[in-house]
Every structure is written in structure tokens, then in C-alpha cells.
Design a protein around this ligand. Structure first.
Ligand SMILES: C[S@@+](CC[C@H](N)C(=O)[O-])C[C@H]1O[C@@H](n2cnc3c(N)ncnc32)[C@H](O)[C@@H]1O
Length: 290
């Protein structure tokens, strides 16, 4: 992969920058704004300010660290609510060049110089330990890292799940991957993702987590927030519940946690062909009329 071509910054609507990935043929963030997305799709649904107000330590698992926007927003929110809160940050990323390019190009900005210094060092050395943060960047396929974390009995207060979209990176949206991720969530923890795809939600359903929609930004679709506690989660609408009964909700599967994206997508198409779920077309037609 050509470094310069791979990591050309692109502006988003809130003034922050994203990268475009030629490998995944997708931008790292929505046009709406990389920083806005970090706050509304990840930090707020995970109730980090509220948790920081009550807890002296917060453990955060940031899956697909990328440029580091989600972690930066999380740290800023936690310390604004409680400057003494100790943060355990475990970040998973497959390509170290991404956070390093974000730092080198000055894209990761925050109001707090301490946080910037921490994240600069983090991208350089993949590990930072200070009086109030212990951060570790695991550079590997997240499917490998998550199995190691599960074996180490990691339990996170908040999990950010931010891979490229399901059609581009199905390996990080499968039932089996979600099961590993769910096992790393504390009983009162929260998992947040930007996706509201029914295939993603049905994979979450197979883990036993309860889930609902997070806040929609502008006229965009909402994300998803999940928890072990049903009383914690906003109920799904009738439209959303019925969507989960359709062919579109057939989840991605990867029993070995090693399959290629092509194989995972092919197997899902086969499962969809054999499925007796309602055609998604019929659902669309029904809900379009209302
Ligand atoms: C949508 S971007 C994440 C953006 C990021 N959360 C941020 O705040 O900038 C997806 C990231 O997932 C990484 N990635 C792709 N496949 C991966 C894999 N199998 N395991 C771990 N990370 C992966 C990409 O390198 C990319 O940085």
C-alpha cells in the first residue's frame, strides 16, 4: 500500500479530517463529522461522563482505534467530569500507520494539551502509563486481539465498535466476533457502534446483549447501543423490530474467526437464499406506506 496515497486527509462537515482507505474503499468517518461522530455515536451512548462522575476507574476498549478520535473524545469527557478518574484504555488496530499518520499530519487535535501529548506518545510507542492513564495499543487483527483479551478476563465499562461498514469489513461484525466482544463487557457496561444495520443487530442479539438505537445526528441514521441490562436500553420501534425479522437481518458468521471477507459474505448470501425470513422488500413496502 502506498503510504501517501492511502492517508490523504479529507475534510468532514464539522471541520475535522478523516482518511479514505483505498483498501476498504471507504472513508474512516461519515461526512457529517469525525469529531461529532465520536461524541454522539460512541462517548454519549456509553454514558462516559456519568460513569466518570461515579467511578474512580474506567476501562475503555476502543475497537478500531484508527486516527484516535474516539479515544481522544472519551478521555476528554471522562477527565472533564472527573479529573481524578483513572483510565485503562485498550485500543485495537491492525495498521499502526493510521494513528501515526494522523499524528504526523496534525489531524488529532483536542482542547487539552495533556491528552494530545498522551496520544502522540501512544501512536509512537503503543503504550502510555501516567498517574491517571494506562493505555495499550494492540496492533493486530482485532479477531486475534479480542481472543487474547477475553482469555485475560478483560471487563470493560465501555466498548467502542468502529470498523469499516459490514459489506467492506464483515469480519468485525460477525456473531462469533461479537460474542468475544460481549464477553469483555462488564455487567453494567455499554457497547456502542455507529451502525444500525439489522445484520449487526441480529449478531448482537445472538450474544444475548440488549440493544437499542442511539441518538441520530441531524437527519442521519442512529447508531446502536447495547448492554446486558434491558432496563438500560431504549426500546426498538416497531419498524426496527420488524426489520430484524427480514432477510437483511441475516448475520455474518465466521466460526473460526479467521475467514476472509469474501468467504464470510458468500456464506451469508447462501444462508439468505435458504432463509425463510421475510423478504426485506416486503418490509420496506409496508413501512414506506405509513
Ligand atoms: C472506521 S476506521 C476507525 C476510525 C477510528 N475509530 C477513529 O476514531 O479515527 C476503521 C479502522 O479499523 C482498522 N481495521 C481494519 N481491519 C481491522 C482488523 N481486522 N482489526 C483491527 N483493525 C482493523 C483500520 O485500519 C481503520 O483504522
Amino acid at each position: 500500500m502506498n503510504m501517501t496515497h492511502s492517508f490523504t486527509p479529507q475534510p468532514t462537515d464539522d471541520g475535522s479530517f478523516t482518511f479514505y482507505s483505498p483498501e476498504f474503499e471507504e472513508a474512516f468517518h461519515s461526512d457529517y463529522g469525525a469529531k461529532q461522530e465520536a461524541i454522539y455515536k460512541f462517548v454519549k451512548p456509553c454514558l462516559l461522563a456519568e460513569k466518570a462522575g461515579r467511578q474512580s476507574t474506567i476501562t475503555l476498549l476502543d475497537i478500531c482505534y484508527g486516527l484516535g478520535y474516539n479515544s481522544a473524545a472519551a478521555i476528554a469527557t471522562i477527565w472533564a467530569a472527573n479529573p481524578h478518574c483513572f483510565i485503562e484504555l485498550i485500543a485495537l488496530e491492525s495498521d499502526l500507520r493510521v494513528p501515526q499518520a494522523a499524528i504526523a499530519q496534525g489531524l488529532l487535535t483536542t482542547k487539552f494539551p495533556t491528552i494530545l501529548t498522551i496520544l502522540q506518545q501512544f501512536a509512537r510507542t503503543q503504550q502510555v502509563k501516567t498517574q491517571n492513564i494506562n493505555a495499550f495499543l494492540m496492533i493486530n487483527d482485532a479477531r486475534v486481539s479480542i481472543q487474547n483479551l477475553r482469555q485475560q478476563h478483560l471487563k470493560a465499562d465501555a466498548i467502542f465498535l468502529d470498523p469499516f461498514s459490514p459489506p467492506k469489513c464483515p469480519q468485525l461484525w460477525t456473531v462469533e466476533f461479537m460474542q468475544q466482544v460481549a464477553a469483555c463487557l462488564k455487567p453494567d457496561g455499554r457497547l456502542a457502534t455507529y451502525s444500525c444495520a439489522s445484520a449487526v443487530r441480529s449478531a448482537l442479539a445472538e450474544t444475548g446483549l440488549y440493544f437499542g438505537s442511539s441518538i441520530a445526528m441531524g437527519r442521519k441514521t442512529p447508531g446502536t447501543v447495547a448492554s446486558w441490562r434491558s432496563d438500560e436500553i431504549p426500546p426498538l420501534s416497531g419498524r426496527e423490530r420488524e426489520h430484524l425479522q427480514t432477510v437483511a437481518a441475516t448475520p455474518y458468521r465466521d466460526r473460526t474467526l479467521e475467514a476472509t471477507a469474501t468467504t464470510i459474505k458468500q456464506q451469508r448470501r447462501t444462508e439468505q437464499k435458504q432463509s425463510d425470513r421475510e423478504p426485506t422488500r416486503a418490509w420496506k413496502k409496508r413501512w414506506h406506506k405509513r
